[in-house]
Design a protein around this ligand. Sequence first.
Ligand SMILES: Nc1ncnc2c1ncn2[C@@H]1O[C@H](COP(=O)(O)OP(=O)(O)OP(=O)(O)O)[C@@H](O)[C@H]1O
Ligand SMILES: [Mg+2]
Length: 258
Amino acid sequence: MAKRIDVSGLTAYYSAHKAIEDISMTVEPRSVTAFIGPSGCGKSTFLRTLNRMHEVTPGGRVEGKVLLDDEDLYGHGIDPVSVRREVGMVFQRPNPFPTMSIFDNVAAGLRLNGSYKKTELQDVVEKSLKGANLWNEVKDRLNKPGSGLSGGQQQRLCIARAIAVEPNVLLMDEPCSALDPISTLAIEDLIGELKERFTIVIVTHNMQQAARVSDRTAFFNLSAVGQPGKLIEIDDTERIFSNPSVQATEDYISGRFG
Ligand SMILES: Nc1ncnc2c1ncn2[C@@H]1O[C@H](COP(=O)(O)OP(=O)(O)OP(=O)(O)O)[C@@H](O)[C@H]1O
Ligand SMILES: [Mg+2]
């Protein structure tokens, strides 16, 4: 069966600095994969190579291959904009468009993609807000600015915006790190629901969160400051948290690190 994501020999640079080296992994459709590892080991960098956001950073460059459903994302003639439509992203800090209404925030990606009838837009916005478990909280104030929501609501708004364009894959870089425990649990529940439709990759520093939400866990590490980050191991989450193959993984998840 085709893997949804199949990465081989991926190395990424910021100008001359090699941030991550020789990473290979596969991701199954409709699964949640968690990336864990110490600060600076390249989790965010690697995540951004999966939807060609890395190259947006000046000096950002990639070697190796990323296949999405057997198609090379870095192949000739591939449009990075269409890649980012297939592989959506949610960031650490909720970043709704501040002057736009809640409705327009969710509709923004769709409007970029083409023309929709008003009723079609309304349907997709409602469906996406329901999908992000936000509909009941905002249905009476869709025309109010997105920036007027709480942090946890803003993050769910950003998830609604990301899923509105029906991506295949959703990348989330520490989506809960700015949220209180209740909003965090709401997002975690949502991830459990979303994985029935999407393939999710999430970076987290919260070990309980990785254990709760993911099917597979990838541990990244670097041998010394300034050295490139590497993938140490990837396995079923249950195994990583009970009986990992590599000592460094065990040390990291049990807090005996550094
Ligand atoms: N825009 C940038 N320009 C230059 N170097 C960068 C840039 N962003 C990240 N780096 C470097 O790349 C390496 C990996 O950084 P990255 O942000 O991917 O790590 P991370 O694992 O996500 O860390 P954290 O857990 O702190 O978010 C680090 O050495 C970092 O300094
Ligand atoms: Mg990061």
